[in-house]
Design a protein around this ligand. Structure first.
Ligand SMILES: NC(=O)c1ccc[n+]([C@@H]2O[C@H](COP(=O)([O-])OP(=O)(O)OC[C@H]3O[C@@H](n4cnc5c(N)ncnc54)[C@H](O)[C@@H]3O)[C@@H](O)[C@H]2O)c1
Length: 257
């Protein structure tokens, strides 16, 4: 089977969102057992519908900025399944869309808290579990905004550059212990998050913003969550056994242009 994940224990944050759900579905289809977390009140119904076998899906709500609550998710995963083989460190928010002089400072701080501190806490909590096992694959969700600038999105851009930095720091620190740490850098994906950014960029004219963004992408379209999941599945698998500290774009050629 392509990138087989038979009985691998996979922890996914932001699992109720577009990319988390798509990754959960693909990895489960390839044989993984999924531990899914997202904020309390998130819609976990699509996950349960996609993975109806209760023995292969454990859902534990938590906020990734809450170290104690996030720690409990990791502890419960280990208690239930013994270890964590793969960690999709994915939860993130887009935050406000505004030029820097108008950008709300509390919004900036919130984006950094979720997208940077949340990713840091994920690494802090899961690395010891993988170190004990002597192996593991961590995939952090960065973005093309982690590689290039984007007007109106200073907090998001800064946070996603920081995710690349955390990825490299962790990869260098833990590669020798058998833990691979990589990040994915998706371009615009057809999803709630992009719809929100489009609306923020030009209220009431999201469709025009969508078309304008798409026109700048060499493949002339947004990606799909499933196309991002395909990359996650590769990095999660033993096929990526020597891939560490890398930043993989999945952006239709956007950052090549
Ligand atoms: N959608 C895109 O076009 C795109 C492109 C590049 C990168 N990304 C990144 O991919 C990741 C997933 O994006 P998505 O499109 O699935 O977005 P999404 O909004 O559909 O999903 C993100 C999920 O994270 C959860 N979340 C937010 N704050 C949280 C917190 N404090 N604690 C726990 N969970 C929290 C949300 O509830 C949501 O379910 C994000 O990090 C995002 O920045 C998305």
């Amino acid at each position: 089977m392509t990138h087989a994940m038979t009985d691998k224990i996979v922890l996914i944050t932001g699992a109720a969102g577009a990319l988390g759900l798509a990754a959960a579905m693909l990895l489960a289809a390839r044989g993984a057992i999924i531990v899914a977390t997202d904020v309390a009140g998130a819609d976990f119904a699509p996950l349960h519908a996609a993975i109806p076998d209760a023995a292969r899906l454990l859902v534990i709500p938590a906020d990734v900025t809450d170290e104690a609550a996030f720690g409990l998710v990791v502890a419960k995963a280990v208690a239930a399944f013994g270890t964590i083989d793969v960690f999709f460190n994915n939860a993130g928010i887009e935050g406000p869309v505004a030029p820097i002089p108008d950008f709300p400072t509390d919004g900036f701080r919130r984006v950094m808290d979720v997208n940077v501190t949340g990713i840091f806490l994920g690494l802090k909590l899961v690395i010891p579990v993988m170190a004990k096992a002597g192996s593991g694959s961590i995939i952090n969700s960065s973005s093309v905004a982690g590689l290039t600038g984007s007007a109106g999105l200073c907090a998001y851009v800064a946070s996603k550059h920081a995710v690349l930095g955390l990825t490299r720091a962790a990869a260098v620190e833990w590669g020798g212990k058998g833990i691979r740490v990589n990040c994915i850098n998706p371009g615009p994906i057809d999803s709630r998050m992009m719809a929100s950014i489009e609306e923020g960029a030009s209220p009431g004219a999201a469709a025009a913003v969508h078309d304008g963004f798409a026109a700048t992408i060499p493949m002339k379209r947004y990606g799909t969550p499933a196309e991002v999941a395909g990359l996650v599945a590769f990095l999660a698998s033993d096929d990526a056994g020597y891939v560490n500290g890398a930043a993989y774009t999945v952006d239709g050629g956007m950052t090549a242009a």
